[in-house]
Design a protein around this ligand. Structure first.
Ligand code: CA
Length: 238
């Protein structure tokens, strides 16, 4: 599980980023003051740093330089103005990417994934979510059940991914909606039921002896993924 250090003085931005990054399977640590960035970096040994440019007590440019002097850790700079990007690029700071505010947390998650994948070179374990015989490659948007690939729509993919990340726990329709659209809209909750229906059908067709996604009446849905569908089938027959 990759660890992300967030250095950003706006609590609201930190909250949004932490929430989305953690949902995407990363762990996060946050500091709000430029002076805390280097100590936090040394202590936490993050796999990637999201670094705001304008910070109290020590600015992002200075922090980036200091880290780069002895570490190749991926750094994504967060800047408030697009014209700052040219200046930053000119400084040859060695940052791996830049994101201009305002950004959506989803965009940041995508950029974090892309940078980690680029520096990792190969598919990292952070890109893969397993639940029983289910294997979800979050970077490539591909899913396998045992050896069978599942062809899913984006909504189905996001729903299955959310359920797999919380295997054995119940997720409400509103929680699942948040996964598929970022924001939950009232009235759209029933669309989740249709996606679940389609998912179960595809899971069945891929050879699963169970529907895997259980309905918990009045609450939501829960994934119960058997480790080996074939074994489960035999157990059922016995
Ligand atoms: Ca700032």
């Amino acid at each position: 599980m990759a660890k992300i250090l967030i250095v950003e003085d706006e609590p609201q931005i930190v909250r949004g980023l932490s929430l989305y990054l953690e949902r995407a399977g990363y762990t996060t640590t946050s500091v709000y003051d430029g002076a805390q960035a280097i100590p936090a970096f040394r202590q936490e040994k993050p796999d990637l740093i999201l670094l705001d440019l304008n910070l109290p007590n020590r600015d992002g440019v200075d922090i980036c330089r200091a880290i780069r002097s002895d570490s190749a850790v991926p750094i994504i700079m967060l800047t408030a103005r697009s014209d700052e990007m040219d200046r930053l690029l000119g400084l040859e700071l060695g940052a791996d990417d830049y994101i201009v505010k305002p950004f959506s947390p989803r965009e940041v998650v995508a950029r974090v994934r892309a940078v980690l994948r680029r520096v990792g070179g190969v598919l990292g374990e952070t890109d893969v979510v397993r639940a029983g015989a289910l294997l979800i490659d979050t970077a490539a948007y591909r899913v396998w059940l045992a050896e069978s690939p599942l062809k899913l729509t984006q909504s189905e993919f996001e729903i299955l991914l959310a359920l797999a990340r919380h295997e054995g726990q119940v997720l409400s329709r509103v929680q699942l909606l948040e996964e598929t659209q970022g924001i939950a809209y009232e009235g759209y909750e029933r669309s989740i039921d249709q996606h679940i229906k389609n998912l179960r059908l595809k899971i069945r067709k891929a050879g699963s002896p169970t529907k895997m996604i259980e309905t918990v009446y009045g609450v939501g849905y829960r994934l119960e993924a058997p480790i080996d569908p074939a074994v489960t089938e035999k157990d059922h027959a016995a």
